[in-house]
Design a protein around this ligand. Structure first.
Ligand SMILES: *[C@@H]1O[C@H](CO)[C@@H](O)[C@H](O)[C@H]1NC(C)=O
Length: 176
């Protein structure tokens, strides 16, 4: 019984350590807060950083790397998500097709952002905002998606704009 308790305590300590690794250090957290407060959705922005931070004291360039890669992943996933909705679509099909077109544009912009980052062309990322905004505006969300209380693309559109805002902010930080 005693042994069992020691083992449990030991496991709890291990768990606590591995969980705390998922949090950001204070300085990084402050930096992330500074970035996220400038976006339309602070919480979503913070969750993106919290989910994907690898280095313990990331440089601005690390933050930017993470941002452009997460944005690209988001747009590719959204493209895929829309294609799955289209597979069983009824009346909402034309609207979904517009959104598929929209996210092809958004995904192209976010894919370009990754390659601009890799080439060190940080200022070029600012030019992608128009494309992302245009893409998002093509995806109208005033239709019903069967199985969803709220059209899930409303959230995707919002997230796309938050990602774009994040890219803009971090690219300015890296370029300056
Ligand atoms: C960016 O992140 C990717 C994957 O996390 C990594 O392989 C790459 O080396 C990073 N690039 C830079 C310039 O930090």
């Amino acid at each position: 019984m005693k042994m069992y308790r020691i083992l449990l305590t030991f496991l709890a300590i291990i768990l606590a350590c591995s969980v705390s690794e998922a949090f950001l250090d204070r300085k990084t957290q402050q930096k992330v807060n500074g970035i996220c407060k400038q976006t339309p959705d602070t919480r979503f922005c913070s969750s993106v950083f919290a989910k994907s931070m690898i280095p313990s004291s990331p440089s601005n360039k690390d933050l930017m790397n993470m941002t452009v890669r997460q944005a690209e992943r988001f747009s590719a996933n959204t493209n895929f998500f829309i294609s799955t909705l289209l597979r069983n679509a009824g009346d909402e099909k034309p609207d979904l097709q517009m959104c598929a077109e929209a996210y092809t544009i958004v995904d192209m912009a976010f894919t370009n952002a990754v390659s601009y980052f890799d080439q060190g062309l940080y200022n070029n990322i600012l030019k992608l905002q128009k494309k992302v905004s245009r893409g998002v505006s093509i995806c109208k969300t005033d239709f019903i998606v069967p199985g969803y209380k709220i059209n899930p693309l409303i959230e995707k559109n919002r997230d796309a704009m938050v990602f774009m805002a994040m890219e803009k902010i971090v690219s300015r930080m890296v370029a300056s």
